[in-house]
Design a protein. Structure first.
Ligand SMILES: Cc1cc2nc3c(=O)[nH]c(=O)nc-3n(C[C@H](O)[C@H](O)[C@H](O)COP(=O)(O)O)c2cc1C
Length: 206
């Protein structure tokens, strides 16, 4: 099968992307709206793109009707957001926040998750998430203004919160964290089935 994106429906392109680029980590992004209302939503077009300084990137798409997501609007307005890491123990609450709520709905309340004040940014983190990264907006790159077109949100990490029992000499214990990834559709992946592959020339560090 050979596919030319120029003659393929956006929804089908989306299906091809999410079925091929996987598993995807999930940024559970908290933001604050113009009226001070807290917003929380998952974004799996997400990765880390720089370690020095630490920079994260995630990509809200325009809806099929061309509407901008609240997270994008809030990041642009306030210039701050928090990326919370999704573990198995918060996956159901995370899913609740992905419904298409209007901006006046506080998704912390909808999901029952607890907002905790951040250290540097004026956006709360999620208490139940074991890792959270406070970010200051670096740049928003609008890649498309078409329905389902993405913008890339780049944020510099200014504080990292890790629950003490998950942290050992700057390593995060994956068996405790039990982070989840997103596959296509409603399917998720666990991070507990792993294998090691030592790089040629590299010394295994345990
Ligand atoms: C696990 C998961 C990952 C998602 N990833 C994305 C994504 O990368 N980009 C996107 O635009 N929407 C994504 N969504 C959909 C948004 O979370 C959904 O549209 C949400 O209502 C947006 O909320 P907001 O308007 O408050 O930002 C994802 C949904 C789920 C459940």
């Amino acid at each position: 099968m050979i596919i030319d994106p120029r003659s393929t429906e956006p929804l089908n392109l989306y299906k091809l992307l999410i079925g091929s680029v996987l598993p995807r980590p999930i940024a559970f992004v908290s933001t604050v709206g113009a009226d001070g209302i807290y917003n929380l939503a998952p974004y799996s077009f997400f990765t880390a793109v720089s370690a020095n300084p630490p920079i994260l990137a995630f990509a809200p798409q325009l809806s099929a009707e061309g509407r901008r997501k609240d997270t994008l609007v809030n990041c642009e307005r306030l210039g701050e957001f928090v990326v919370n890491v999704v573990s198995e123990d918060v996956v159901r609450q995370m899913n609740e926040t992905a419904a298409d709520f209007p901006p006046e709905v506080d998704e912390f309340e909808v999901s029952g998750l607890t907002p905790v004040p951040s250290e540097v940014v004026a956006v709360p983190r999620v208490k139940e998430c074991h890792v959270a990264m406070e970010c200051k907006l670096r740049e928003i790159v609008q890649l498309s203004s078409l329905p389902m077109g993405g913008s890339l949100v780049l944020g510099e990490v200014v504080r990292i919160h890790v629950d003490d029992e998950y942290f050992d000499d700057f390593r995060i214990d994956p068996d405790k964290l039990r982070a989840v990834g997103r596959m296509a559709g409603s399917t998720y992946a666990r991070t507990t089935d792993r294998f090691d592959l030592v790089r040629p020339g590299a010394v295994k560090k345990g």
